[in-house]
Design a protein. Structure first.
Length: 333
């Protein structure tokens, strides 16, 4: 996708289906296609933003990449190693280089463990540090995320939401990972705290050379922190390109609708902005429509959209899209 970049993660035809079963014998009657044939790269040192409606499969993509979910099909190539083929000790060793920051800082920290024990747990599991070295590393991590190192003996209920998320970030940094999946890390925080957490993530990326997959709903925040953005709809990525390009020149009708909903701070420009209102409900991932997944809500759909699933192709240099109309227009130029 970028001839000058070095891919840290290459996702190829990734699928994650959750089986639907019925009856006493749990007969398999169908699948929820949470992630359905997804392709993208994440380059070393970049932040790839992943956006879309609730239920489109964003979190499932992140969890499947780091093997919290077993992929149904496809490849996740991390630093030239296919994660989908690893088992046991091999996966455990490579997993040290991948970590996740979870959405809810209230649910992701064990309330019965002191903060120092929570942050030290990855060090113990992977046998990286013990004793005095472990305690020093915990204090170093607390200081790194802007918390008092003397807070190590306190419990999660003694901290605010923003402080808890910083503890989660410290835990994710404990093993010096190369990739961090940020699963909506600011969505449950106050607006005033969101900016602080995002600034912390940016500073850590610059200091430690981290690579992020940043999953979020807030389009303006994703534009702020991301280098490139990918838009998901019903288990598929429909558009992927540079963050500014996707705001200034969205090609896919779904992306255009999303971007039209972003508020503009200038009242005069806001008044001129044309809203694109999507009609109908999001189809079920257990029974997606034939052809393009977006054809039930797309005002520009034509015959082929109801017959054939569009390919995810590069329509312009660095600009990928899965839309029959966009492909036809680009080929006609």
């Amino acid at each position: 996708m970028d001839a000058n970049g070095t891919p840290l993660v290459q996702v190829r035809h990734l699928k994650k289906y959750f089986p639907i079963t019925r009856g006493i014998v749990q007969r398999h009657v169908g699948d929820i296609k949470a992630v359905d044939d997804v392709n993208f790269n994440i380059y070393k040192g970049e932040t790839l933003g992943l956006v879309g409606e609730t239920g489109c499969g964003k979190t499932t993509v992140g969890r499947t990449i780091i093997r919290l979910y077993e992929p149904t099909a496809g490849q996740v190539i991390f630093d030239d190693v296919d994660l989908a083929s690893l088992r046991g000790g091999e996966l455990r060793r490579l997993r040290r280089r991948m970590q996740m920051i979870f959405q809810d800082p209230y649910a992701s920290l064990n309330p019965r463990m002191a903060v120092g024990s929570i942050i030290a747990e990855p060090l113990e599991v992977h046998r990286v540090a013990r004793g005095q070295a472990k305690r020093e590393r915990v204090q170093e991590l607390l200081q790194l995320v802007g918390l008092n190192p003397n807070f190590a003996n306190r419990y999660p209920h003694e901290f605010s939401g923003g402080q808890r998320q910083r503890i989660g970030i410290a835990r994710a940094l404990a093993l010096n990972p190369a990739l961090i999946i940020c699963d909506e890390p600011i969505s449950s925080l106050d607006v005033s705290i969101q900016a602080q957490v995002v600034n912390l993530l940016e500073n850590l990326q610059e200091r430690l050379g981290l690579t992020y997959l940043f999953i979020a709903h807030d389009l303006s925040m994703v534009r702020h922190i991301s280098d490139r953005m990918a838009v998901m709809y019903l288990g598929k990525i429909v558009e992927l390109t540079d963050r500014d390009e996707i705001y200034l020149n969205p090609l896919h009708p779904y992306t255009q609708a999303l971007m039209s909903a972003v508020p503009v701070p200038d009242p005069e420009l806001e008044a001129k902005q044309k809203r694109i209102i999507l009609e109908g409900d999001l189809p079920s991932p257990a029974n997606p429509p034939q052809g393009c997944n977006f054809n039930t809500r797309c005002s520009k759909a034509f015959d082929v959209c109801f017959e054939k699933d569009p390919e995810f192709v590069e329509v312009k240099p660095g600009h990928f899209c899965a839309c029959h109309l966009v492909k036809a227009l680009e080929e006609g130029k």
